[in-house]
Design a binder for this molecule. Structure first.
Ligand SMILES: [Zn+2]
Length: 128
């Protein structure tokens, strides 16, 4: 996964405080696909439709989702879902940056963290 894709994810989602959590996959060519969040409380978690999982889980290299207005630490639900997909990396886009998690020997570990730049904090992106 390239730095360009990470910064693209961050700039698109990390300041999106009013939004429901957004989620999707990263494909081998580095492109970022967004899929629908079907969680019944989409501001507080994410669920991916079975048809989207079927379509992407075997040819994606990573999943990603946003944490609306909170940091990129993983939640208990994230932990459970990441363990179901040990062949993928899992990116969480939080208000403090982007964290990359991986599953190693049955445990979820944080593989990398990409902090928000000062520039991004000083000039938050607005959807309008
Ligand atoms: Zn999460």
């Amino acid at each position: 996964m390239s730095e360009v894709t990470i910064s693209d994810l961050a700039s698109r989602y990390e300041h999106d405080l009013a939004a429901p959590e957004r989620c999707g996959f990263v494909l081998p060519d580095g492109s970022v696909v967004e899929v629908q969040n079907i969680c019944h409380e989409p501001a507080d978690g994410f669920d991916i439709a079975a048809e989207d999982l079927l379509k992407y889980e075997d040819n994606a290299i990573a999943s990603w989702h946003t944490h609306t207005g909170t940091d990129c630490n993983l939640t208990r639900d994230d932990l459970a879902s990441f363990l179901n997909y040990p062949h993928l990396h899992h990116y969480i886009v939080g208000s403090d940056g982007v964290a990359c998690y991986a599953v190693e020997q049955g445990r979820v570990v944080r593989a990398a963290t990409y902090s928000s730049s000062r520039h991004a904090e000083e000039h938050p992106l607005r959807a309008d």
